[in-house]
Design a binder for this molecule. Structure first.
Ligand code: 0A1
Ligand code: ZN
Length: 877
């Protein structure tokens, strides 16, 4: 593990490499502790490079066993574990270089490079894992054709997979065998993959739009093949959708997916061989919740879509990560919107963006969608690169219109297939397709921070005036900001609930229901507006901004009932709830009781029982802003205990006012037929479970929650029952009995046990720390397994505001120690978990100080990885 402070990489320092590696032939001889890797590289000096230029290959912790220049013998070289420098190279433009390295997959706990998960050999090479396998030009602009030979003991690894198509295989004697794979598409090293092990398999096939048959396979632990059926279905739907929506066809004879249980992220798009965290593959009603099903669908699609946006067209360098990630997230969002309910999907996306990206953009870890600096690229797989990156692509479509956007995408695929590109290349295709200048729009990639729009509206004699001011707050190393191009979708709603028109607009461009805010301030006048309209702004969340506008509660309530935009309706109610919660919070802080207006409870009751609304939408609307959401909107001096109290009282208040209709709804929504994972069925379960949460606040609530748990016939309901019981009635004998029952029933199912850990770590209150400490000693807790660590420590730090931010600071100290322990094996994981501290400056002063001390203690520890140090130091800066 590297524990220095790390080199600073800068975008402006990008240079093409002196050498290319058009071909690589890799031979693996797999064994747990000594795997040998022979890399046979065809190296080409780039035109213009002098013959004396050294060849500098990347390595990370490698042991060099042999090096030969074909026909020239042993070359002049200097090898360290981190670099291999070759000098006095042949005059010839092209030569072959043979490198043999030795690896120990069993000892690889960082889960980068070649490692073993549950006895299965697998690899993770993005972003810089290939250099842990062999010395190489490990950068995404080096594209090579790979030929891979894998040799292994047949008993240990009957299955041998790599990228591309299988081309040979056979016996080697002594119980060993081999397979060879050839990938005809030149690719960067981060897309290399190998899997070898003893796995079960679910097979299917897909016929592409040009009539080619692709063999599909999902490899999972023996006995779990049936649990891959939903993922397989999602894969086939993804393949079809990419043909229909983007004209993209798959380009190999086979497509393999492998599920492993130890994985740092969600999944990886290796060419023709996607490797997945098994959490995003395995599902049936007994083991997975509806959220799991939706995530599986989205992530299967995401990785598949990377085949074109990421693999065929890749990134020139890691600063351009959003080129593939923002675009691919946009594509998976569109896919899910088409498969499910578009309106509901959009609301869920915005909730995620606000929960994960806004705090990043508003805190010490803020960075542009395309960063210009990094010390550790692993720390830039962020919500800003992924989620905000997707929002930027969405805005591009809003600005250009769907048709021009589509022709820009066509041009992108046509012009850049087989290349390693930049954001400039991406924007240029849209400029060419539309004839527009997108330089101001490009600021979305280069300027960090969430823009704020302050809007004042007035109406007089047929004219509606909007005074619009935009500002982008200062963020680390960017104090001055330029005005951005913000596409603000809007509607003007008349007293009859219908859209009212206007005859002319001046002061800003208004096109197709979108106001184009491009200056710091606009005075926008709509003429010919027949009456004072109610404003629906940022419809569909057309721009990732915060909006400050005074709207009367009665106008918001009107929007809840009348906005034709589902997001707008949801937003209006959410604003009412947030305003009420913040008012309640302030009262509680002042030593008073939180009191709430009857209207809000009535409105909640009306939404709950409005049969014209989709159940999934009603469920989202009735879900109160989380404690973290409320804290974010309060912004500073946060006291998490008062936030929890405000939220619990509002929940109880709404429940008490709607006891009867909620009770009826709860009965009506009971699922009596066979389980179906589709969006409509999931929506009904979601609504019923939200209603359960309210009913559980009332007298007899524990009985309902317990009955819910006992009678559940699927994991969604089981978790809803257990979670409600555990969170509302922590420590009661019936809760303990239910928890014990769950553990006994699911002891052999790690993914279900993760949920068991998570429910306990998110039980509100100071006692959670004790629980989490005890669970770290539980025999089922494994510090090397990222899913388990995230289920216990990740959810504790991000999903338990009162437990993690307990006033005495002991949870911070505990967490800092845990991070250091994790850091010893898996720096990527510790660094990611450490981001839980990022909003420490918005806490009240006493907690702030304790959180700061915890961060300082990590920074001062003996051996801290570059990854963790980077997060901690930026958080403290
Ligand atoms: N490209 C993957 C994300 C990913 C990144 C790094 C990984 O290992 C450390 C694994 C996956 C995606 O966007 O799905
Ligand atoms: Zn991705």
């Amino acid at each position: 593990m590297r524990t220095d402070t790390g080199q600073l990489f800068r975008l402006e320092d990008y240079r093409p490499s002196d050498y290319l590696i058009p071909q690589i032939h890799l031979t693996f001889r797999l064994a747990r502790d000594t795997t040998t890797v022979v890399a046979d590289l065809t190296v080409e000096r780039r035109a213009g490079t002098e013959a004396c230029a050294p060849l500098v290959l990347d390595g990370d912790g490698l042991k060099l066993k042999r090096i030969e220049l074909d026909g020239y013998g042993n070359p002049a070289h200097e090898a360290t574990s981190g670099k291999l420098v070759l000098t006095n190279l042949p005059e010839a433009r092209s030569f072959r270089l043979l490198i043999e390295t030795e690896l120990d997959p069993d000892r690889n706990k960082a889960l980068m490079g070649l490692y073993r998960s549950n006895g299965v050999y697998c690899t993770q090479c993005e972003p810089e894992g290939f250099r842990r396998i062999t010395y190489f030009l490990d950068r995404p602009d080096i594209l090579s054709v790979y030929h891979v030979r894998i040799e292994a003991a047949k008993a240990e690894a009957p299955l041998l997979l790599s990228n591309g198509n299988p081309v040979a295989g056979g016996e080697l004697g002594d119980g060993w065998h081999f397979a060879e794979w050839h990938d005809p598409h030149p690719k960067p090293s981060y897309l290399f993959a190998l899997v070898a092990g003893d796995l079960g398999c679910l097979r299917d096939s897909f016929t592409t739009m040009s009539g080619r048959t692709v063999e599909l396979a999902i490899h999972v632990e023996h006995g779990k093949e049936k649990l891959a059926a939903y993922a397989m279905d999602a894969l086939k739907r993804s393949m079809k959708w990419d043909e229909d929506a983007f004209g993209r066809e798959y380009d190999l004879d086979v497509f393999n997916i492998v599920a492993v249980s130890d994985f740092n992220m969600g999944a990886m798009e290796n060419k023709g061989l996607n490797i997945f965290n098994d959490k995003y593959v395995l599902a049936d009603e007994a083991t997975a919740t509806d959220t799991d099903f939706a995530n599986i669908e989205a992530i299967i699609a995401h990785e598949y879509f990377h085949n074109w946006t990421g693999n065929r067209i890749t990134c020139r360098d890691w600063f351009q990560l959003c080129l593939k990630e923002g675009l691919t997230v946009f594509r998976d969002h569109e896919f899910s919107a088409d498969q499910r309910s578009r309106g509901v999907k959009r609301i869920a996306e915005v909730r995620t963006l606000r929960a994960l990206q806004f705090p990043e953009d508003q805190g010490p870890l803020a960075h542009p969608v395309r960063p210009r600096r990094y010390r550790e690229i692993n720390n830039f797989y962020t919500a800003t690169v992924y989620e905000k990156g997707s929002e930027v692509v969405r805005m591009l479509r809003t600005i250009l219109g769907a048709e021009t956007f589509r022709s820009g995408m066509e041009l992108y695929f046509e012009r850049h297939d087989g290349q390693a590109c930049t954001i400039e290349d991406f924007l240029k295709v849209f400029e060419d397709a539309s004839g527009r200048d997108l330089s101001q729009f490009g600021l979305w990639y280069n300027q960090s921070g969430t823009p704020n729009l302050t809007i004042k509206a007035s109406y007089e004699a047929g004219t509606l005036t909007l005074d619009i001011e935009q500002s982008v707050p200062p963020t680390p190393s960017e104090s001055r900001k330029r005005a951005m191009h913000i596409p603000l979708a809007f509607g003007l709603i008349g007293s009859d609930g219908k859209e009212t028109g206007f005859t002319a607009a001046e002061g800003a461009t208004v096109e197709n229901g979108v106001i184009h805010v491009r200056k710091r301030s606009h005075k926008l006048r709509f003429h010919g507006v027949p009456e004072r309209p109610v404003l629906s702004l940022n419809r569909g969340f057309s721009a990732p901004v915060t909006l400050a506008i005074e709207q009367r509660p009665e106008d918001l309530a009107f929007l809840v009932g009348h906005d034709s935009d589902p997001f707008g309706r949801w937003q209006a109610f959410n604003t009412l709830l947030t305003d009420a919660l913040i008012a309640g919070y302030r009262l509680l802080l002042g030593g008073k009781e939180a009191n709430y207006q009857k209207d809000i409870a009535k409105l909640a009751g009306r939404i709950a029982t409005d049969a014209t609304l989709e159940p999934a939408y009603r469920a989202l609307a009735l879900t109160l802003p989380s404690e973290a959401d409320i804290a974010r909107d309060i912004g500073r001096d946060i006291d998490p205990d008062a936030v929890l109290a405000a939220r619990s009282t509002l929940s109880a208040f709404i429940a008490a006012a709607n006891r009867e209709p909620f009770g009826k709804l709860y009965e009506e929504l009971e699922d009596r037929g066979p389980f179906r994972p589709d969006a409509a069925s999931a929506g009904r379960r979601a609504l019923r479970n939200v209603v359960l949460g309210y009913l559980a606040r009332l007298e007899g609530g524990a009985d309902i929650a317990e009955r819910h748990y006992r009678t559940a016939t699927n994991m969604t309901d089981l978790i809803a029952g257990l979670g409600t019981l555990a969170h509302e009635h922590a420590g009661s004998p019936r809760t303990d009995a239910a928890l014990a029952d769950f553990a006994a029933r699911h002891a052999t199912m790690p993914l279900a046990m993760d949920k068991w850990f998570q429910i306990q770590s998110t039980t509100p209150g100071t006692k959670a720390l004790e629980t989490v400490r005890a669970l770290m000693r539980h025999p089922a807790f494994h510090i090397d397994n990222p899913n388990r660590v995230r289920a216990l420590l990740g959810t504790f730090s991000t999903g338990n505001q009162t437990g993690f931010h307990r006033a005495d600071g002991t949870a911070y100290a505990f967490f800092a120690d845990a991070l250091l322990e994790i850091d010893g094996g898996n720096p990527q994981l510790s660094a990611r978990l450490a981001t839980a501290f990022r909003s420490w400056r918005s806490l009240e002063p006493a907690r702030q100080e304790k959180a700061r001390q915890a961060l300082v203690s990590i920074a001062g520890a003996n051996s801290v990885s570059v990854d963790l140090r980077d997060i901690v130091e930026r958080s403290l800066a």
